[in-house]
Every structure is written in structure tokens, then in C-alpha cells.
Design a protein around this ligand. Sequence first.
Ligand code: ACO
Length: 325
Amino acid sequence: MYSVIKGVGHAVPERVLTNQQLEEMVDTNDEWIVQRTGIRERRITDANTATSDLAIQAARQALENAQVAPEDLDLIIVATVTPDHAFPSTSCLLQRELEAWGAAAFDIEAACTGFIYCLSIADQFIKSGTYRTVLVLGAETLSKITDYTDRNTCILFGDGAGAAVLQAGEEPGLMAVEIGADGRGGELLVQPAGGSRNPASTETVKNRQHFIKMAGREVFKFAVRIMVESSKRVLEQAGISGQDLALLVPHQANLRIIDSACKRLAVDPEKVVVNLDRYGNMSAASIPIALSEAAQQGRIASGDHVLLVGFGGGLTWGAAVIKWK
Ligand code: ACO
């Protein structure tokens, strides 16, 4: 039994935040941001929009493209570091909106690698025969935990949601997937307060501890190394090489990270999906949105091999090879 992606979908908020607008907010400039990251603008939700509002749009689109009804879902998994609430889970909010009463639902947290973790988990349920149809999402509103007085981070992040419907099939499908973690790098990417270590208090708010803190240079080095290593391992598992790929969908953190990884994997730059210029880094949502856009643009044909690869807070990483149907 294999997991087959039957449909994908995505949603981003309408409001655009440009580099020029950020110039008004912190000591930065368009040229620096474009040269150092490749990002030109990102999408930002308004005060009334939460992660589940974007997730539901992406989910409905993926279900429609897959021609799967909500009542056929056995499981919903949402990867997010910006859930609507600590509980109930964002996946339970989706289950309610979709009226998918037959589906179990839970969230997972693997930062930017979340969507690949979802694929791996869904694959276990499908391969074991436990479930037949699983909806997976990466959905984030990072703008809600971004410090717009910190130029080191506020230029990077945006909001969005991407979804995929996986179903059991006789042929692949998902050919290979790996997930990994190295908790020793945990402090490189952290939201210090709001959990049980530092519950919300006047003090934590005053000290801006509810916002993302990042050691950019260290994450950068980790990202380049792990994207290449993890990609090579899943390509080998799938029995193909970088040249056999029709498409590479990397996590969208920084264009220099993507370029450097592609060079080392000998993947033609034309085969790489890049949307960070328009959206920035949307954590768990980046990969499924890039995949959904590529599918919408007709960049993937049936039988094509697609490599997804990501890294993120935790630290975590993951990669997957898909044979597109
Ligand atoms: N505008 C202008 N100058 C800036 C800005 C800015 N927005 N930000 C930093 N600088 C300055 C720094 O202060 C520094 O100045 P100094 O040399 O006087 O100290 C200089 O630019 C260079 O700073 P670096 O941090 O060395 O810049 P670098 O080239 O490493 O780029 C960046 C920084 C873009 C953050 C990069 O390191 C990066 O992309 N890292 C990876 C981040 C990432 O992938 N995060 C993903 C996970 S997110 C998640 O999991 C939720």
C-alpha cells in the first residue's frame, strides 16, 4: 500500500507587506533584504484572522482538487507553531468547520519542517492500513509572533496555509520520506514565553518574549548542510538521482540557502520552486504552498519525481520523494 497525493490547495492573506514598508518600521533597506534573503514582500493577516481561517481555505481547495468529501476523511493533521489556541488543536477547529465527523484530528509542531513530518505520519497510518484518507496541512500566521521592531527577524516571515489530501493507492505515491531532529540546536530558534517554562505575564510581554528569537547565521549553516544530506538520503531510498527530478520544492527561508543546496545536489535551477520573493518564510506552510502553486501552474505532470526538503526550529529536518499522479 502506498500514500498518493490526490489533491493540493493553498491560501494566503490579501494584505501585502513590502520591503519598502519595512524600511519605515526598522533600520533596513530593500537592497539588503533582497540581496541577503531574496524576499521582496510577504502576506500578513489582519487582526481578525487566525491560522485556522487560512487553513480552512487551503483544506477546501485540496479536497475539491482531490474530489474527496470531508466525510471521507479518516484523519486531519495540522503542522503549525502558530495555532489558534494551545487547545483545542487547530485540526479540531478544521474538523468542525469541515464537518468531517469521521476524522481523528491532532496538531504537530516541527516548525518549518512540519509539513514533511505530517507526510511521514500520514504515510504510516496509510501503509499500515489503519486509515485510507488523510488531510495534512502546514498553516501559519507568523506575523502574530513576529517582533516588528527586530530587523533580524521581521523581514523574514509571512502568513499562509497549504494542504494536501493523501489516499491509499496500489502504486507510489510517496516513494521515500525521512524526518529528523537535533534538539541540541533548540535555542537557535525559540519563542521564549507563553508555554509552561515562562507563562505569559506582564514581565514576559514587556520583555518581548512572545516573539520569535533566532540566531540566523547558525541556522543558515545548519540549513545548507542538512538540506543536502537529507535530500541525498531520500533520493537514494527512492533509487533516483538529482538529475531525475522534475521539481525540487525546498523550504522557503532564504534564496542563498536554496541556491547553495541546489548547486550541491546538481539540480537545474529551473526545476526549483521559489516563492519566497512574494511570501517570505511561512514556516510549515511554505512547502505545501509552493507545491500547490507549482501544481496549479502546470509545472508537475503525472509520473514526475518531486523532491520536498525542509529544515526548521527544534532543530528539525525532513525530505520526501513523491511520484506525482
Ligand atoms: N537590514 C539591514 N541589516 C541587517 C538586517 C536587516 N534587516 N538584519 C541584520 N542586519 C545586519 C546585521 O546586524 C549585521 O551587521 P553587523 O555585521 O554590523 O553585525 C549584518 O547585517 C550581517 O548580519 P548577518 O546575521 O551575518 O546576516 P546574514 O547574511 O547571516 O543574513 C539572515 C541574516 C537573513 C537571517 C540569514 O542568516 C538567514 O537567512 N538565516 C536562516 C534563517 C532561517 O532559515 N530561519 C528558518 C527558520 S524559521 C522557523 O523555524 C519559524
